[in-house]
Design a protein around this ligand. Sequence first.
Ligand SMILES: CC[C@@H]1C(=O)N(C)c2cnc(-c3ccc[nH]3)nc2N1C1CCCC1
Length: 308
Amino acid sequence: REINKDRENVNISNFDPNYIIYDSSTDTTYLRGRLLGKGGFARCYELLDLNTDKVYAGKIIAKSRIAKPHQKQKILREVELQKELKHKHVVEFHSYFEDEENVYIVLENCNRKSLVHMLKHRKTLTEPEVRYFMTQLVEGIRYIHSCNIIHRDLKLGNMLLNDDMQLKIADFGLATRVEYEGEKKMTVCGTPNYIAPEVLQKRGHSFEADVWAMGCVMYALLVGHPPFETATLKETYVRITGNSFSFPDYVSLSSRNFIKKCLAHEPELRPKLDEVLQDEFFSSGHMPSFLSVSCCTNAPRFPVYTKF
Ligand SMILES: CC[C@@H]1C(=O)N(C)c2cnc(-c3ccc[nH]3)nc2N1C1CCCC1
């Protein structure tokens, strides 16, 4: 079999030749690879496309687990939203198909897992790394919002990384489409991780809920845990509605100021995504043009710039 030239030779020994998955709609055969983890109803595996030798990440959901119509609808909604999004910092949708026992969602492979894994190894990230990831996150969310979609579950586990350390926003399971200018959503089917106060209090929410979550992500990357985390969910909700959070001493003033703007209790006071990259945080310090994969495990040392 001709080994696919434009990609490094895939080590096919990771893939189980006893486990073939066939997509009749595109006449594509996949070999199932290692288990990547579980996401909701799905068991996620690496999939090797035997036509192209490309590796994908597949969400495999047993039909027996989505027997109720509204559960199948949720999956189809997620696929519909993800299908239309094409952006550097949004996970690319590859295909959707079914067979007798499962539905399959085939997505872009992100070999370096998520920011959860990076933070687990590193405890906290340096400010230049946070500037690097937040810039990519802002660009991805701006694109998603420009498609009139609110993600509603932005969290470290949904920020995946590929081998070039490029951030990819994943999991549109709680996402929703804004149908008209000024529409406020009243409910979410599921519990967002970094839930905004207006979502908690069912006061109506929109794109600003994603800006709140973005503030929580930035805080977690710098501090090592989310801003409102406590021992119990109830206490966390009290903190969110009370807007009570604080910073350790080592967090810089420009970081604090930007995070405080994103975590404004009133949605309309949060920064608009088109202005965010003008914030002093993004222009006030070193912005790496690339990150090495070694950053997943070891803090990088950036060249020290003396401003003169
Ligand atoms: C398939 C589900 C989800 C996901 O959405 N993508 C795009 C993804 C891509 N690569 C990977 C991947 C991890 C390690 C290599 N590739 N993982 C992805 N995930 C993970 C799987 C388990 C929880 C979330």
